[in-house]
Design a protein around this ligand. Structure first.
Ligand SMILES: NC(=O)c1ccc[n+]([C@@H]2O[C@H](COP(=O)([O-])OP(=O)(O)OC[C@H]3O[C@@H](n4cnc5c(N)ncnc54)[C@H](O)[C@@H]3O)[C@@H](O)[C@H]2O)c1
Ligand SMILES: O=P(O)(O)OC[C@H](O)CO
Length: 345
């Protein structure tokens, strides 16, 4: 059994701590908020995020040095926005090289970096192959209830992915490995943009046809950009691709869907984010993806539309009209074609 530090005591850090504790590992859950640490240790609950009692093997820590002392594995589960800050702190105190797994889903605006790239930039003794990502269709609320869930872990170094697989796998949390870290990270990050769109569509009062269209055409543009950035197109047909896209576009647990829903009902972005109280990763990622699409000359009409709603004050209904009135085109121009090109020999 391993000693594991989980950095970030929000919904997902807490749910992953439960998975690890159920597997018999000693879990140190680090939070930067002292009052939350006291509450978790006194009540064995983290009620702001999840309505479950935490196993005894989970101890909360406010001191990062104490939390990571003697651990073999560090799981970083803070929002993408906080990754650099947390890893800078980590870099200044970490003594021995340990396995680093991250479970954040985002891309950094301006630099356009994936999370594993950001971590390896901040950690002097780590490069990309030392980092593992854990991603896939997995709402914290359901994982905490031990409902069946499947995820993918990926690293440039397959051995590291296997370490993560063995650490987390259980009879309610099935873990697959993949060698395509670019595809796994991009699938997890970009689906949040489409989930905002699905929420907007529902908020406008549209039905299942519109949502199915968004999911399918959203997948096409995720694959179009992702492949340009070096991902294997097959990853977008897997758990961290279409799997996560489906769950995030259709679940009431999704913060991205819920935020989109409020936008579709006419609320302004600042008011929506104030109401949420939890991270809505798609809001930052849409900036990055929009920037990427311009830079790489990749057509991303849904992402462009969401960017217009969020940051250019365009009315959601006008964006729907814009999407529905684009020039005529063939359907099999994206993912199917990419796969055919790759596998036709
Ligand atoms: N919630 C889920 O179901 C879920 C599932 C899979 C992946 N994720 C991903 O996991 C990441 C974290 O999401 P979450 O759901 O736990 O978010 P959350 O909003 O529930 O919690 C985020 C936590 O991070 C902490 N935090 C914020 N800034 C910090 C900083 N600078 N230093 C230390 N801690 C800081 C907050 O205090 C909070 O406890 C996101 O990238 C999200 O996309 C979430
Ligand atoms: O609540 P969301 O929208 O951040 O989605 C959570 C997970 O990424 C779903 O897999």
């Amino acid at each position: 059994m391993e000693k594991v530090a989980v950095l970030g005591a929000g919904s997902w850090g807490t749910a992953l701590s439960i998975v690890l504790a159920d597997n018999g590992h000693e879990v140190r859950l680090w939070s930067h908020r002292e009052n939350q640490v006291v509450l978790i240790n006194e009540t064995h609950r983290n009620e702001q995020y999840l309505d479950v009692t935490l196993p005894d093997q989970i101890k909360a820590y406010a001191n990062l040095n104490e939390a990571i002392s003697g651990v073999n594995v560090i799981v970083v589960v803070v929002p993408t926005k906080a990754i650099r800050e947390v890893c800078k702190q980590l870099n200044s105190i970490v003594k021995e090289k340990v396995t680093i797994i991250h479970a954040a889903k985002g891309i950094e605006p301006v630099t356009l970096k994936r999370v594993s790239e950001m971590i390896s930039e901040e950690m002097a003794d780590y490069n990309e192959e030392d980092i593992v990502v854990l991603s896939g269709p997995s709402h914290a609320e359901e994982v905490a209830l031990r409902h069946p869930t499947t995820v993918t872990v990926s690293s440039v170094n397959t051995d590291n992915a296997k370490i993560a697989q063995s650490l987390f796998i259980s009879d309610s949390f099935r873990v697959y490995t993949s060698p395509d870290i670019i595809g796994v990270e991009l699938g997890g990050a970009l689906k949040n943009i489409i989930a905002l769109g699905a929420g907007i569509s529902d908020g406008l009062g549209y039905g299942d046809n519109a949502k199915a269209a968004l999911i399918t055409r959203g997948l096409a543009e995720i694959a179009r950009l992702g492949t340009k950035l070096g991902a294997n197109p097959l990853s977008f047909l897997g758990l961290s691709g279409v799997g996560d896209l489906i769950v995030t576009c259709t679940s009431v647990h999704s913060r991205n869907w819920r935020a989109g829903n409020l936008l579709g009902k006419g609320l302004k972005l600042d008011d929506v984010l104030n109401q949420m109280g939890m991270v809505v990763e798609g809001v930052r990622t849409v900036k990055a993806a929009y920037q990427f699409s311009k830079q790489q000359n990749v057509e991303m009409p849904i992402t462009t539309g969401i960017h217009q709603i969020l940051f250019e004050d365009k009315a959601p209904k006008d964006v729907v009209d814009q999407l529905m009135n684009r020039t005529k085109r063939e359907e099999m121009d994206d993912l199917a074609l990419l796969l055919m090109e790759r596998y036709s020999q």
